[in-house]
Design a protein around this ligand. Structure first.
Ligand code: HXC
Length: 261
């Protein structure tokens, strides 16, 4: 199957359980307009339903992962327009996606673009990537999770500095702060993200799903509740065929064959 081109995305055919989704609005540095977010929602709907997709890699271009929400579109929205903004539902959809997402980030990763990257479970960045929340320069503030996810990723002082000054940080600073897990040479960012995604795609899908849910749970709950959730998820996995397969394969010194049951 060849790549599917939507108007603002290039959607690769699943390979090794991984689907590559490329933001494709080069004329606007991949600014996130309603159409792009809607197409991304539709792609994630299909990816969630497909057994061929076990992980998603989301990337942009070498110049920009995404330079933010589309400012030209934002300029046309008044207060009521923002309250009724259809993009809210698209952001919710991205938040709810249960399979692992890896963002492969090169170039500008700003505003809503940085917020989109932070919706991913893992961020792998090229050395030239720049992460920032410049909304303050427009007289606004982050509105798709920037203040909350950045705080949890990099801590209060760095989050405050980024959100209040609007200044971007380098890939190296982003890695030191915990926003990014790995840095690569820019030409290898996508390749590395695909390799990490393929590694995840070989694991037991139910274990991956519950492990992701459990880590995310820890972002918005107290330790005792998080530990309770983890215990329940761990117990649920004891009833799966893949758990039996994983343990049997270890004992028989062979590779496991997981089938998501
Ligand atoms: C719409 C954008 C855009 C954006 C860039 N472009 N960012 N269009 N929305 N966010 C367009 C430019 O208008 C220009 O098109 C083309 O992309 C190339 O951009 P240049 O500015 O010419 O490139 P350069 O000089 O290299 O500067 C790159 C840049 C700058 C530093 C990234 O473009 C920039 O500051 N962009 C805005 C970044 C930003 O403020 N993001 C936060 C947005 S608010 P034309 O046709 O003019 O040549 C946000 C809120 C999220 O994200 C809230 C979520 C609910």
């Amino acid at each position: 199957m060849s790549d599917t081109s939507m108007q603002t995305l290039i959607v690769g055919a699943p390979s090794n359980g991984v689907q590559l989704v490329t933001l494709n609005r080069p004329e606007a540095l991949n600014a996130l307009n309603t159409q792009l977010l809607g197409e991304l929602s539709a792609v994630l709907d299909a990816a969630e339903a497909s057994d061929d997709v076990r992980a998603v890699v989301l990337t942009g271009s070498s110049r920009a992962f995404a330079a933010g929400a589309d400012i030209k579109e934002m300029a046309e929205r008044d207060l009521v327009g923002i309250l009724n903004d259809p993009r809210q539902q698209h952001w919710q959809r991205i938040t709810r996606f249960p399979k692992p997402v890896i963002a492969a980030v090169n170039g500008f990763c700003l505003g809503g673009g940085c917020e989109l990257a932070m919706h991913a479970d893992i961020i792998i960045a090229g050395e030239d990537a720049r992460f920032g929340q410049p909304e303050i320069n427009l007289g606004i503030m982050p509105g798709a999770g920037g203040t909350q996810r950045l705080l949890r990723a990099v801590g209060k002082s760095m989050a405050m500095q980024m959100v209040l000054t609007g200044d971007a940080i380098s890939a190296r600073q982003a890695q030191q702060s915990g926003l990014v897990s790995e840095i690569t040479q820019p030409e290898f960012t996508v390749e590395r993200a695909l390799a990490v995604a393929a590694s995840i795609a070989r694991k037991a899908p139910l274990a991956v799903r519950l492990a992701k849910e459990s880590v995310l749970k820890g972002m918005d709950t107290d330790l005792a509740s998080g530990l309770r959730f983890e215990r329940h998820a761990f117990t649920v996995l004891a009833g799966t065929a893949d758990r039996n397969e994983g343990i049997a394969a270890f004992q028989e010194k062979r590779k496991p064959e997981f089938n998501g049951q």
